[in-house]
Design a protein around this ligand. Sequence first.
Ligand code: COA
Length: 140
Amino acid sequence: MDMIKTKSPGESETIKTEVVCPNDTNPMGILQGGRLVAWMDIAAAVCAQTHAGKICVTVSIDRVDFKIPAKIGDIITIKAVITRSFKTSLEIHVQSYARKVKESVNKLISDAFFRFVALDDKGKPTTVPGLVPDVSPPKK
Ligand SMILES: CC(C)(COP(=O)(O)OP(=O)(O)OC[C@H]1O[C@@H](n2cnc3c(N)ncnc32)[C@H](O)[C@@H]1OP(=O)(O)O)[C@@H](O)C(=O)NCCC(=O)NCCS
């Protein structure tokens, strides 16, 4: 039986940072979509496993839109946050941002919802902690 019954999103929020290198791009120097989705999947997996405290595997990724191209040298910040907890599965919202080194603006380039399933030691789906809201400190 799980000792921890519920956790808040802040306990598993995950930030992953990358720099777009030539090997990540197409011949025009634009970040490949598949490479970005792979980075998003890793950030989401860390988030899911931190919430579950168990190995989690990706079972689905909903529609992924690529809104703005990221280019060689851009700094990519990927934020993964748990949005729903079911019986053995978790929904993770992943947002990706790109920033030029000489600019301070992070632009949203992609976002998607990932679904993960927690597995026990035999590779079977197993229960995950529930989700409770983060409690904000009182405003002064
Ligand atoms: C994860 C896996 C063990 C689940 O097995 P399963 O027989 O589908 O298990 P269940 O039918 O009991 O479903 C388990 C949970 O996953 C959810 N689920 C399964 N497939 C899903 C899908 N395609 N989309 C969303 N949720 C899904 C179910 O709703 C259920 O959620 P709940 O327990 O929170 O209600 C199996 O699908 C698997 O091994 N998939 C491959 C995972 C993988 O290799 N990922 C890497 C990608 S290459």
